[in-house]
Design a protein around this ligand. Structure first.
Ligand code: SF4
Ligand code: SF4
Length: 370
């Protein structure tokens, strides 16, 4: 049986967040179950891009700060860090703009430079991953994800937050190796199997709905959710968003591989009642075409497409999308980049990383009706 604690949290004031995080940790047996005196502990928020917390793209710095504070009270030596996708040049900017650098200073935590810390090989079932040394060699690590929709995996929560333990641009190469939802979800789960966090504290106070993980809209949900089972916490979060746990393949595959529990009847939800926590009109990602059964999708394929496109009004021609594309399907040009769709593997890194939300999902007539 896995335990998931759902605790109400009205807003991001330090008092509200601290109360909710402490109650959630108490439900799991206390922070001292996960970290102890003198241990080197890494806290990893989701810092996808250099945007202010109000955009709900990144973990709110107050949640990160409170988790760090409580770990420190237990005698841990704590560092904070993340490796945002394609953001080799932008980690410092992401730390700054998301408020995480200031949060680290306020609580006296170190900021770990993931990109210069080196990597350690970890053998998964399907491949060997180069896992960031800061995570691989920490005595414990705490994942602090943001609850968001995701156009490729439907939802990004605890299992997907593990992707940030892979250095810089290697992440987009993995998108190339595993372009479909199924392949990519399986890769994420394989990575999760070699880099499991000891504890997960999810920021679900203001989540993201619509076309996450970067172009969706903030949506008030009002919870801090915690567990030591990433599969179970994702199953619970999927239910809150109005998805079935098996609609999120990272959850399904994680459970199939025995890495956690996805069956809601076998998860002990404490704090709030799960059914009362469900947000009935949560807006899911728009590219539902991915979820049509295989044979039907094949038949309809020519009429059913979703592809990235650039909104000319919003594009500032910064070329971050071009730099993030693992297959060179995007090309620098004026006044804005252009696609060669034959090379596009639909990894949606461009959509994820565009700072102006200028990359949208263009859909065929049929796809837009699904
Ligand atoms: S689409 Fe976005 S990332 Fe690409 S050049 Fe335009 S603004 Fe930059
Ligand atoms: S154009 Fe965008 S979706 Fe297509 S391969 Fe490149 S980054 Fe991925």
């Amino acid at each position: 049986l896995s335990v998931v604690s759902i605790q109400p949290c009205d807003d991001y004031t330090p008092a509200s967040v601290e109360r909710a995080v402490r109650l959630a940790l108490a439900d799991l047996g206390g922070m001292n179950r996960f970290v102890s005196e003198g241990q080197r502990v890494h806290v990893k928020p989701n810092l996808l891009s250099a945007k202010p917390p109000e955009r709900a793209i990144t973990t709110h710095p107050t949640v990160t700060a409170i988790v760090v504070k409580i770990a420190m009270e237990n005698g841990a030596i704590v560092a904070i860090g993340d490796s945002p996708g394609g953001a080799v040049k932008g980690v410092a900017r992401a730390l700054e703009q998301t408020g995480t650098r200031q949060a680290a200073i306020d609580v006296g935590a170190e900021i770990a430079n993931f990109e210069t810390g080196g990597v350690v090989p970890r053998k998964g079932r399907d491949r060997t991953f180069q896992v960031l040394r800061h995570i691989a060699e920490a005595d414990a690590w705490i994942s602090v994800p943001k609850l968001k929709t995701h156009v490729l995996t439907r939802m990004t929560g605890a299992v997907k937050n593990t992707f940030g333990v892979i250095p810089g641009l290697r992440k987009s190469e993995y998108h190339k190796e595993a372009p479909t939802q199924k392949e990519f979800s399986s890769l994420i789960v394989d990575l999760y199997s070699v880099a499991k966090p000891n504890l997960i504290v999810m920021d679900a106070v203001v989540a993201m709905e619509g076309d996450g993980p970067a172009s969706g809209d903030p949506r008030y949900v009002g919870f801090i959710i915690a567990s030591d089972d990433a599969v179970a916490i994702d199953a619970v979060c999927a239910r809150i968003m109005g998805l079935k746990p098996d609609e999120v393949l990272t959850t399904t595959f994680g459970a199939e591989r025995g890495l956690g529990i996805s069956d809601l009847s076998k998860i002990e939800v404490v704090g709030c009642n799960l059914e009362r926590a469900v947000v009935s009109d949560f807006v899911l990602p728009s590219n539902r075409a991915r979820f049509i059964p295989g044979p039907v999708a094949k038949l309809l394929a020519p009429l059913l497409w979703v592809k990235p496109a650039i909104n000319r009004e919003l594009c500032i021609n910064c070329n971050m999308c071009v730099d993030s594309c693992p297959t060179e399907a995007l090309h620098k040009a004026k006044p804005y980049p252009y696609f060669t769709y034959d090379d596009c593997i639909k990894c949606l890194c461009c959509h994820e990383l565009c700072p102006e939300r200028a990359v949208y999902l263009a859909k065929s007539w049929l796809a837009s009706r699904l």
